[in-house]
Design a protein around this ligand. Structure first.
Ligand SMILES: Nc1ncnc2c1ncn2[C@@H]1O[C@H](COP(=O)(O)OP(=O)(O)OP(=O)(O)O)[C@@H](O)[C@H]1O
Ligand SMILES: [Mg+2]
Length: 240
């Protein structure tokens, strides 16, 4: 079962008289439970593709079905509702609201989803604890380290049990040690069955995904599945 089905998706922007083509006919199908890294040079269209998958941007042409729901003729409200129900976002800059505490930040998507106060607060506390941030719930983002802020952002992304987690350079603003911790966390989420689409320009991070899609100039130029480590180890054992 595919959670994402993009068919011949294009995205263009008008610049004066010209049409600037950013995505040039992307066909991409992603299975439930997969962990896909999207790589490619700066300006190749990675974030545009992610915004499209995340229903933040509407394709100029082509079709997109998310979890079996065709999105091309939906209203803005319909798209927002689908997005709030199905997708958890993790951004490079965390995008936490500075005046809200960690708990309140995690509560936000649940407010949009109409979850009652008590249940929402319990769930926010539970998620923060799960991410090792149980002691920090009442802190404002400015009182937290980068790694801690990203944990709060991940707790927020997971609060509504999304079908799909979208991460745009989630370790880009972190030092390498904290980046590795966040990457491990994301791998764990995938092992628990979450579908992950992660944008990175770091090949080492992409090596941790199950599938790597390379964009260049708004086109997919490469799409490969990484061998699971266990298979490589087994092959090594046979050949030696
Ligand atoms: N709203 C917009 N209007 C016009 N052009 C845009 C818009 N958004 C993005 N672009 C252009 O689309 C191209 C792709 O941008 P995008 O942000 O998707 O690249 P990217 O692969 O994510 O790059 P980076 O690795 O630097 O984040 C760029 O040339 C950018 O200038
Ligand atoms: Mg980008």
């Amino acid at each position: 079962m595919n959670i994402i089905e993009l068919n011949e998706v294009t995205k263009s922007y008008a610049r004066g008289e010209e049409q600037l083509q950013i995505l040039k006919g992307i066909t991409l199908h992603i299975e439930k439970g997969d962990f896909v890294a999207i790589i490619g040079p700066s300006g190749s269209g990675k974030s545009t593709l992610m915004n499209t998958i995340g229903l933040l941007d509407i394709p100029s042409s082509g079709t997109y079905a998310l979890d079996g729901v065709a999105t091309q003729n939906m209203s803005d409200n319909g798209l927002a509702e689908l997005r709030n129900r199905k997708i958890g976002f993790i951004f490079q800059q965390f995008n936490l609201l500075p005046r809200l505490s960690a708990i309140e930040n995690v509560e936000l998507p649940m407010i949009y989803a109409g979850i009652p106060t008590k249940q929402r607060k319990d769930q926010a506390n539970f998620m923060l604890e799960k991410l090792g941030m149980g002691q920090r719930g009442h802190h404002k983002p400015s009182e937290l380290s980068g790694g801690q802020q990203q944990r709060v952002a991940i707790a927020r992304a997971l609060a509504i049990s999304p079908s799909l987690i979208l991460a745009d350079e989630p370790t880009g603003a972190l030092d390498s040690k904290t980046g590795i911790e966040v990457l491990e966390l994301i791998k764990e989420l995938n092992q628990q069955g979450n579908t992950i689409v992660l944008i990175t320009h770091d090949n080492h991070i992409a090596d941790n995904a199950k599938r790597v899609v390379t964009l260049r100039d708004g086109e997919i130029i490469k799409d490969v599945r990484n061998e699971p480590l266990a298979t490589l180890v087994a092959q090594e054992a046979v050949s030696s």
